[in-house]
Ligand binder design. Structure first.
Ligand SMILES: [Fe+2]
Ligand SMILES: [Fe+2]
Length: 240
C-alpha cells in the first residue's frame, strides 16, 4: 500500500478553501484573529474562508498575512493524505456522503416551499428550484456508483485482490466520476450566479434565507468532497 509522505503546504489557496470552523478547531489562535477581523466563526463556521471574507467584507490580504504569520495552516488534510485507502474510503462515506444524504432532502423541501409561496412573484425562484433538483438528481446516483462500484473496486485493489469489474481499467470509472464532479460544479456555478453568491434579497422570507444558508454549507462540503476524491483518493488508486 502506498502512503504518501506529502504534507499539505501552508498556502493561501489552502487557507481560502478551508472551512472557518475547521481552521478554528485545528488552531484556536485563529479564533482571536477572526474576531478581530469581524468574522463570525460560530454561526458561519461551515463556509470556506474565501466565502467568509466576502460575506463579512474583510481585507483578504491582511487576514491571510496575519494567519500565515502565526503559521496557521487551515483545514488538516495531512491526515487524509496519510490514511490507508480503505480508511480514506470509510472517511469519505461517513462524512461527505452522509452529509449529502442528510442535506439533500432539506434543499428539495425548502426550494419547493419557496416555489409554492413565491414562485409566481419572483422570477429566480422556479429556475433556482429546478437547478437544486438537477444537482440532487445528479448527486444521488453518483454516490451510489461510488459506493457500489468504484469504492469496492479500490478496496479490493488495495488488498491486492484481482478486480473483475465490468468497467475494464480502474481509470475508466475514475474518469467517469471526475466528469460527474465537473457537471456538479457547473450546476453549482449556475446556482451561485442565480442566488447572487447565496445572498438572500432583503424581502426574502425565513425559508428562503434558510435555504440559501443550507445551500452555501452544502456547496462548501461538496467542494471539499470533490477535492478529496479528485486530488487524494483518485491519484492514490491509480498509483496502485
Ligand atoms: Fe463521493
Ligand atoms: Fe464523487
Amino acid at each position: 500500500m502506498q502512503i504518501s509522505e506529502h504534507h499539505m503546504p501552508q498556502t493561501k489557496e489552502h487557507l481560502l478553501a478551508s472551512r472557518v470552523g475547521e481552521i478554528v478547531a485545528n488552531d484556536f489562535r485563529s479564533a482571536h484573529l477572526f474576531s478581530q477581523f469581524g468574522i463570525d466563526f460560530c454561526c458561519g463556521g461551515g463556509i470556506s474562508l474565501e466565502r467568509a471574507i466576502k460575506r463579512f467584507d474583510v481585507d483578504e490580504a491582511q487576514l491571510i498575512e496575519a494567519l500565515m504569520a502565526l503559521g496557521i495552516e487551515g483545514e488538516k488534510q495531512q491526515g487524509l493524505d496519510q490514511l490507508p485507502l480503505s480508511e480514506l474510503l470509510d472517511y469519505i462515506e461517513a462524512t461527505h456522503h452522509s452529509f449529502v444524504r442528510e442535506k439533500a432532502p432539506l434543499l428539495i423541501e425548502y426550494s419547493q416551499k419557496m416555489v409554492r409561496a413565491h414562485g409566481e412573484h419572483y422570477d429566480e425562484i422556479k429556475p433556482f428550484a429546478g437547478w437544486i433538483r438537477a444537482l440532487i438528481e445528479d448527486l444521488m446516483p453518483h454516490l451510489m456508483k461510488e459506493e457500489q462500484i468504484l469504492f469496492p473496486a479500490i478496496r479490493a485493489m488495495a488488498n491486492g485482490e484481482q478486480v473483475n469489474g465490468c468497467f475494464g481499467h480502474i481509470g475508466n470509472p475514475i474518469n467517469a466520476m471526475e466528469h460527474e464532479h465537473d457537471q456538479a460544479s457547473e450546476i453549482i456555478e449556475r446556482l451561485r450566479t442565480l442566488t447572487n453568491d447565496f445572498t438572500p434579497p432583503a424581502h426574502a422570507c425565513t425559508t428562503w434565507r434558510i435555504c440559501y444558508a443550507t445551500l452555501e454549507e452544502f456547496v462548501a462540503d461538496l467542494h471539499q468532497h470533490i477535492h478529496v476524491e479528485n486530488n487524494i483518493l483518485f491519484p492514490k488508486a491509480l498509483a496502485i
